[in-house]
Design a protein around this ligand. Structure first.
Ligand code: GLN
Length: 506
């Protein structure tokens, strides 16, 4: 490859970092090439809410200066990144996709922002998302939806759909998402990317705008398994500023991604979860998704893995439990948007009282889905109903964790589709919340159990990407990467990736 801007934007993060390290291209040129591509393509894709042109070029210049001074560069130095707008950035507007936060400039950086900057990774800007990360399509964004680069009339997934569409459309080689119930894995699946939800507590939540605190987890998106692992390593590890951050060393995700690319999986037991698209549990799953995933599992068997079927009888209750727990926690977390401290304030005319200003602001600033969840959550937490709803959902959560523990007795990793369908058309589910929630069917169990899971491309169905989900026990994130890398190298999904050849956006 050459250093021309067209090929730089379709190169992997690893390739870009090598070009910068050897001096073949400057970090500033790499950043400018991506800014140019945002200019030409983002009118159609709408992936960025804010592009930080000056900040990005300054960060890239700092990498070039370090190199000129003979200093050693980190493995992702100078590589551009698309940052989900739920992550706070000092001095750069952060809205979490909500009108209630429009114009809010955070006074501090999230830990992952700090770590991204310390790694020399260049933040291009903040990406679109479903409001407060509630959704599966970006259609709940307060600022209009993003579009899938594979087909502009389809959803890019959600809630991290701005980041997924930006990376899939080659506007950035790396993206950050957050995953509360699937919001990294599902957008990765429907845009043909790799996306990993780390073990809960494996990546700091300090400076993420909270949706559901017992579930929220930030993680990496990339076009290759190795790129994704390198970004995970850059942001992961213990953070004393987050009380739920786990004080143990990072799982060896980069080494696992490299080892898995060798392809030999002998001795590894892979459990196919019956309740996630298996025999008798195919309702709601597209046949093309199931056949693509079955082919990927056959490929894994061909690499020496032993395939076993496992049953997780309580996974069928994950959706009901999640849609009580997540709204309950959200209703509490979103109480802070009180018209006084952040962003929007409506009706403050000096005559109206505090309660009225608060009500008017929340009415104007929150979208319909956010309001729905605040009401469901407030109801589920109210005295008299708490035990029947929130308490019961927490018990189901325990049963799901036990299903995982039992399944991991007979398998080292579990696999399933990442999401039941390929990217659906924009507008297809906006009037039907339950149909929208069904996109989370496969991703919710690992969210509720706090265990790691990755989505890796398994092929195409009707020309649209399908994702294979690989789940591992807590803190064994490296197993996800090892198996994902084996799938990637065996399927060579990258070479056939249309986005990496010609401009995907029509
Ligand atoms: N789609 C799920 C929801 O709407 C998951 C969102 C997420 O993971 N942030 O809650």
């Amino acid at each position: 490859m050459t250093g021309s801007s067209a090929s730089v934007t379709s190169a992997s993060a690893v390739e870009i970092a090598a070009l910068i390290d050897t001096g073949e291209v400057s970090a500033v040129d790499v950043t400018q090439a991506h800014l140019d591509r945002i200019d030409s393509e983002d009118g159609a894709l709408h992936t960025f809410l804010q592009v930080d042109t000056d900040g990005a070029l300054a960060a890239a210049q700092a990498v070039d200066d370090r190199r000129a001074a003979g200093k050693k560069l980190g493995p992702l130095a100078g590589v551009p990144l698309a940052l989900k707008d739920v992550v706070v950035t000092k001095g750069l507007e952060t809205t979490s996709g909500s009108r209630i936060l429009a114009g809010w400039i955070p006074p501090y950086d999230a830990t992952i922002t700090t770590r991204i900057k310390a790694a020399g990774i260049v933040i291009l800007g903040k990406t679109n998302m479903d409001e407060f990360a509630m959704g599966s399509s970006t259609e709940n964004s307060g600022f209009g939806p993003s579009h899938n680069p594979w087909d502009l009339d389809r959803i890019p997934g959600g809630s991290s759909g701005g980041s997924s569409a930006a990376v899939a459309g080659c506007l950035a080689p790396l993206g950050i998402g957050t995953d509360t119930g699937g919001s990294i894995r599902q957008p990765a699946a429907v845009t043909g990317l790799v996306g990993h939800k780390p073990t809960y507590g494996g990546v700091s939540r300090y400076g993420l705008i909270a949706f559901s605190s017992s579930l929220d987890q930030a993680g990496p998106l990339g076009r290759t398994v190795l790129d994704t692992a390198l970004l995970h390593e850059a942001i992961g590890g213990h953070d004393p500023a987050d009380s739920t951050s786990i004080p143990v060393p990072m799982p060896p995700v980069v080494a696992a991604a490299r080892a898995g690319a060798g392809g030999d999986l002998s001795g590894l037991r892979i459990g196919v979860v019956r309740e996630l698209g298996g025999q008798g549990f195919t309702d709601g799953y597209e046949p093309g998704v199931l056949s693509s995933v079955t082919e990927a599992i056959d490929v894994l068997a061909g690499l020496g893995a032993e395939i076993v079927e496992v049953s997780c009888p309580h996974f069928g209750y994950a959706l009901a439990a999640y849609y009580l727990i997540a709204p309950s926690e959200a209703s509490s977390n979103l109480a802070r948007f009180d018209a006084m401290r952040y962003g929007l304030r409506v009706g403050d005319d000096g005559v109206r009282g505090l309660d009225e200003v608060m009500a008017l602001t929340r009415q104007a600033g929150f979208g319909a889905e956010v309001k729905r969840r605040i009401m469901i959550g407030t109801y589920a937490l109210s005295s008299g109903y708490y035990e029947a709803y929130y308490g019961q959902a927490q018990k189901v959560r325990t049963l799901i964790s036990r299903d995982f523990a039992a399944a991991f007795q007979s398998a080292d990793v579990l696999v399933s589709p990442s999401t039941p369908t390929v990217a659906f058309p924009l507008g297809a589910r906006t009037d039907d919340p339950l149909a929208m929630y069904a996109a989370d069917l496969c991703t919710l169990p690992a969210s509720l159990a706090g265990t790691p899971a990755i989505s890796v491309p398994s092929g195409l169905s009707d020309g649209l990407p399908v994702g294979l989900q690989i789940m591992a026990p807590a803190l064994a994130d490296d197993r996800c990467y090892r198996v994902a890398a084996a799938v990637e190298s065996a399927l060579d999904s990258r070479r056939g990736h249309p986005l990496l050849q010609e401009v995907p956006v029509r």
